[in-house]
Structures are given as C-alpha cells and as structure tokens.
Design a binder for this molecule. Structure first.
Ligand code: LLP
Length: 437
C-alpha cells in the first residue's frame, strides 16, 4: 500500500467523464477556467490524510508533539486546518507568527526557530507567550535573556545543535552537517549550558533541537540524530546534574516528486524514531523525553498541484522542443534553485494519446527558467492546461514577483467544492509600497 508521501498525485485524482483530469471531485479544466492560471490548488483530503497518518504513526509514543513547519506553506487557512488537527507550529519569522495570530491561533504550541532572529521578532514571540524558542547561538542567548528580563518572563528554550550528520539530499537543504550556519556545534554546548545556568536566569532550558535536512529518503540518519541528541542529554546530565526532557528532531521526510523517488512511509519513520528513543534512553539511563517533530514538505507537498496554461512553443529540430507556460520560476523556484524534478500531465481531454517529449519552460526572462526538462506529454498545444504535481510545499512560500509578475491565487478543494484561500495578487498591490520621488 502506498501512503500519501509515496504517491506523485493527490488522493482521488482521476480522468473524469469529460475526459479531463479531476482531483477530489473538481475538474481541473473547470478550475483553471473559473480562477484562471497559474493557479495553486490544494486538496484538503490529501493534506488531512497525511496529517492523520503522522498522528496515527506516532500514537504509540504518547509524548509526541506534532509541529507543522510553516515555512513549507503558510496561509491563514492552512494554519487553521493544522490547528484543528491538533498540530503545533514551527515558525521562523515575524511574518509567520503574524499569520498564525491572524488565523486566531495562540502560540502555546509554537516553537520559534532560526539562526538570526531579530529583536523585534523575539519581543513579538515573547509578548504572545510563545511556548519554546529554539536558541541557535550565543548572541541570541544573550539577546533573548535580556528581552525576557525586561518582560519579567522566564522563557522556555531549546538549544539548536548541529549533530554532524550528513544526509544525501541537495546541499542547500542539508542542515545537520558540521559546516552549517545553523546551531551550536557539539563542543559549544557546555559553554551554552553554563551560561544559562549561571548567567541567563530568565531562560529555562528544556531540551535540545536538531534538523538534519529535507527531502530525506534514508532512515538511518534519524536514528543517528536521536543517538546524538540523547548522548548529549546524558552528558549534560552527568556534567551539570540537569536532565533535559525534550528533544525536537526537526522535519525532513521526503516525498515522491517523480517515479524514481522512494521515500519511506511515515509509519516506518515513526517506528525507527520511537525505537531509537527507547533504545538510547534505556542505554543512557534517561527518562523517555517529550518528542517534537516538525514535518513540513511531507505534510503539504503531495496535496498541491499548480495549473498553468500552455502558450508558445519552439521546436529546435533534432535538439529539443520547448513549450512555455504562463508561470515558472517565480511561482516555483525549486527547479532553478535545486534542480528539483517534477511530474506533469495535460489536464484537458485529448481524443487520442500522442506522446511527445518536450521541455516545459516558464515565462520569465532567464534561460534557467525551466520547470521540467524532457517530459513526455500528450501532444501539448497552446491553450492546453498543464497540471504540475507536488507543488504544495516550498512553492507559494518561496514565490516572488520577479519580472513584475503577479503571484497566483490558491484554491482549496474538498469533495467537489473549491474555495479561494489566497487571492491572486493585483497590480495595485504590486506597487502599493512604491514611493515616487
Ligand atoms: N524544522 C526545521 C528547523 C527546518 O529548518 C525545516 C526545514 C523543517 C523543520 C521542515 O523540513 P521538511 O519536513 O519540510 O523537510 N526550500 C527547500 C527546503 C528547505 C527546508 C528548510 N528547513 C526546498 O524547497 O526543498
């Protein structure tokens, strides 16, 4: 059986009686007509299924706290959906916290992460009673203590550490290896703990935090990460006589963008993580800690597709045929940034199947603006609707206004119903902050 993150397409994707692609009872060609393209589409059922699988997979470890990594996709509706499902949040900026607040969500289950949090951001987090701040470095320890003192608070914190684990993913989305801008190296931990114990009296150290990378298919790295975290907790216990009782292991579980991607399912990952905690807690004679996990991509990527309209094409005889769509690197920068690969299909009816290998180009003024290189599509023509799969994570959240192109709208679909959850940007919004002097 395939779990959500092992599928390329959202649940309930099919060709309907009209011959068009349909997801969760919504005809994609109709959606494109109604809301115009490019259009981000999020399927609520797929998203909720993955979230439920996460909860179910970790249910045997009672002390698990699910924290959705907002950076993958943060909108007020998406935040509300996760909140209703009992998720907390990993937030990394004032903006993400503001969206949470706007959705009516308090910060009692939120962790503030990041390697260079600003004063204004920390003040906002504390004023809104954030549950945890994962402190990344010595500068932040001092700054946070000063702010907590001013506010008359004792802030609960974790220490973000660099566990020195390399996982095989793209260099830019690898974070746990030694040469990383994130976190305290293992040899810096003792100094940080000493400072908190002796000097920073407004900080209450509860545990350790790490994140080893993103789009991970290996399982051993999660066990290695837990070994490092619990070994450090044991060392701190022996040296300082403090037993930390929380570990936050970050996110990272991969998804299936193309057929050759083979991520493990969430139940397998949960087994490995839970067994590793039990094994190392037992080995180091520690209480089993509270476990925080912060999945982002695996919760939202598969639930999302982007619809584009095909426009011009260029056939370079014997070399390559380009077809261009009405979006590209501004609504999905991942192919140009990480060489990320995607699968796509023509959404509208075709009378017969005539496969053609093409390269899908965006409309932006840059040769690197290629969404998909060499994909077989069914006789793509101008006016056809192209559905690119797995765009639910790190597309809208990383989108830009490059070339003055407006950001697309996003709709949430659910059993034949569709609702706008992010309106298409307007030209007025594009210049709203411009000042003519
Ligand atoms: N926790 C922390 C501390 C993180 O830094 C991240 C991701 C996550 C959780 C969530 O990881 P996920 O489950 O989504 O893998 N823009 C890149 C991905 C950057 C990930 C950054 N940190 C991409 O488009 O592939």
């Amino acid at each position: 059986m395939n779990f959500v993150n092992q599928n390329i397409k959202p649940l309930n994707t099919k060709i309907n009686e009209m011959g068009n692609l349909e997801i969760s009872g919504c005809d994609l060609v109709e959606l494109a007509k109604k809301y115009s393209t490019p259009l981000y589409v999020m399927d609520k059922i797929t998203l909720e299924q993955m979230a439920t699988d996460y909860k179910e997979a970790f249910s045997s470890y009672k002390n698990t706290r699910m924290m959705y990594a907002s950076k993958a996709l943060m909108t007020s509706t998406v935040a509300s959906i996760f909140y209703k499902l009992g998720f907390g949040f990993d937030v990394v900026s004032l903006g993400e916290m503001y969206i949470l607040k706007n959705a009516g969500i308090d910060f009692s289950h939120a962790t503030f992460n990041g390697n260079n949090k600003g004063r204004e951001e920390l003040v906002y987090a504390l004023e809104n009673n954030i549950a945890r701040v994962s402190v990344d470095n010595f500068y932040e320890l001092e700054l946070l203590n000063e702010i907590a003192l001013q506010k008359g608070k004792i802030q609960k914190i974790l220490l973000r550490i660099t566990p020195g684990i390399e996982c095989h993913t793209h260099e830019y989305i690898q974070t746990g290896q030694l040469d990383s801008k994130f976190g305290f190296d293992l040899h810096m931990i003792d100094e940080a703990v000493t400072l908190i114990k002796e000097k920073y009296k407004n900080l209450d150290l509860r545990g350790l935090h790490a994140h080893i990378g993103s789009q991970i298919f290996e399982t051993q790295v999660f066990e290695d990460e837990i070994e490092v975290l619990l070994k450090e907790i044991k060392r701190i216990k022996d040296k300082f006589n403090i037993e930390l009782d929380e570990i936050n292991i970050g996110g990272g579980l991969g998804i299936t963008y193309i057929k050759s991607d083979t991520p493990p399912d969430v139940y397998k990952i949960a087994d490995i993580i839970i067994n590793a905690i039990k094994k190392y807690a037992n080995l180091y004679e520690l209480n089993e800690p509270v476990l925080y996990i912060e999945p982002g991509r695996s919760l939202v990527a598969t639930a999302g597709v982007t619809l584009y309209t095909i426009g011009s094409s260029k056939d370079i005889q014997g070399i390559r045929k380009y077809i261009s769509v009405d979006g590209g690197m501004a609504d999905n920068p991942r192919p140009s940034m990480y060489n990320a690969e995607y699968f796509a299909e023509i959404a509208n009816k075709k009378d017969d199947y005539k496969p053609e290998t093409v390269t899908v180009a965006g409309k932006f003024c840059e040769s690197g603006d290629i969404l998909i290189k060499d994909i077989e599509l069914n006789s793509p023509k101008a006016g056809d609707i192209l559905c690119v799969y797995d765009t639910g994570a790190y597309c809208y959240s990383m989108s830009s206004n490059y070339n003055g192109v407006l950001k697309p709208a996003m709709v949430l679909i659910n059993n034949g119903k569709s609702d706008i959850i992010v309106r298409r940007q307007t030209l007025e919004q594009l210049i709203q902050n411009d000042v003519i002097v």
